[in-house]
Design a protein around this ligand. Structure first.
Ligand code: ACO
Length: 328
């Protein structure tokens, strides 16, 4: 069976209006702008309004992506939302989004792979289209990390922000679109990055609230070491699978966790910083939303030209990682 070439038909992003700067964080925890900038590269992040949930951010980003693709919600066959901050346990955020958009014929589900979730979701959706099961898919990364962040914990609260990015996937001409996916997981590293309570292991209770177990816990230094190792190797593996040399990469769109992690990936791939989309200074780490927001912003800035070789790469809780090579 010959496979249909699948690519990105439109991109969109949305970030909430409220900006939380490093200087404001100085007043909340024992930190300072200089420490945050030199250790992470982050200067500010966006914070959702109390009434905003992930599906609201996803909806705004999706409308833009659909508009750019020239595809109506009724034409969408599949919606996947990558998120670790769903509106609620169930129904899925994807079903809530399907309703908001009026995408009546779309199958819809959430995908949980933390910051790698968007690349995992792209792999899923593109396979459905490549095999002819579906024609158009909406893939969204949407997060309200501020809602699960402890703003008394300086180890984590300086890192995270809120936002959403979306892409519409569909058939493209032979030679363009996704060339490879490289996905991986190492469950032994699960305890390094987690929200412990609220699931079936540790349901919500007065004790779980007291113990702040509904907030993100992160062993930062260990995650950092893992990230430095995996970002370069996952991107290299995806390029090898695609049969493309790293010298032919036009743009790297990495997960925006820490500028030092991005720089180490650039070094390994022998790429200069002008071949990399970096926006973490404005938005911080937005988990599953960070790659699609960066991709949409690169698109807006005219940094994606037809025929360009684009590499997406991310890592996150699970532990998980993912990389993809596509010809724009
Ligand atoms: N301000 C000032 N000092 C701080 C802060 C802060 N905000 N946070 C930590 N420190 C202190 C520490 O307490 C420590 O002090 P000590 O030496 O007296 O104990 C010192 O700074 C150094 O701490 P380290 O943890 O060694 O700092 P490091 O250089 O590793 O940077 C950071 C910490 C930024 C968290 C880094 O480890 C990192 O980026 N890790 C990866 C995080 C990540 O990418 N997560 C992604 C996944 S998110 C997801 O999947 C949802």
């Amino acid at each position: 069976m010959s496979l249909q070439a699948v690519g990105v038909l439109g991109t969109g992003r949305y970030v909430p209006e409220r900006v939380l700067t490093n200087h404001e964080l100085e007043k909340m925890v024992d930190t300072n702008d200089e420490w945050i900038v030199t250790r992470t590269g982050i200067r500010e992040r966006r914070i959702a309004a109390p009434e905003q949930a992930s599906s609201d951010l996803a909806y705004e980003a999706s409308k833009i992506a659909l508009d750019k693709a020239g595809i109506s919600p009724e034409e969408i066959d599949l919606i996947i939302v990558a998120t670790i901050t769903p509106d609620m346990s169930f129904p899925s955020t994807a079903c809530i989004l399907q309703d908001k958009l009026g995408a009546k014929k779309a199958a819809a589900f959430d995908l949980s792979a933390a910051c790698s979730g968007f690349i995992y979701s792209l792999a899923n959706a593109s396979n459905f289209i490549a095999t002819g099961t579906y024609k158009y898919a909406l893939v969204v990364g949407a997060e309200c990390l501020s809602k699960i962040t402890d703003y008394t914990d300086r180890n984590t609260c300086i890192l995270f922000g809120d936002g959403a990015g979306a892409v519409v996937l569909g058939p493209v001409a032979e030679g363009r679109g996704f060339k490879s996916f490289e996905l991986g997981a190492d469950g032994t590293g699960g305890p390094l990055l987690k929200v412990e309570a609220g699931g079936s292991r540790c349901p919500a209770s007065p004790q779980s609230l007291e113990g702040k177990q509904h907030f993100i816990y992160m062993a930062g230094a260990e995650v950092f070491k893992f990230a430095v190792r995996i970002m370069g190797s996952a991107a290299e593996d995806a390029l090898r699978k695609a049969g493309i040399d790293k010298s032919d990469v036009d743009l790297l769109v990495p997960h925006q966790a820490n500028i030092r992690i991005i720089q180490s990936a650039l070094q390994r791939l022998a790429l200069s910083e002008d071949k990399c989309m970096i926006n973490l200074h404005k938005y911080g780490n937005v988990s599953a939303a960070s790659i699609p927001i960066a991709l949409a912003e690169a698109d807006e800035e005219g940094r994606l030209k037809e025929g360009d070789c684009v590499v997406l790469v991310g890592f996150g809780g699970g532990l998980t990682w993912g990389a993809s090579v596509l010809v724009w």
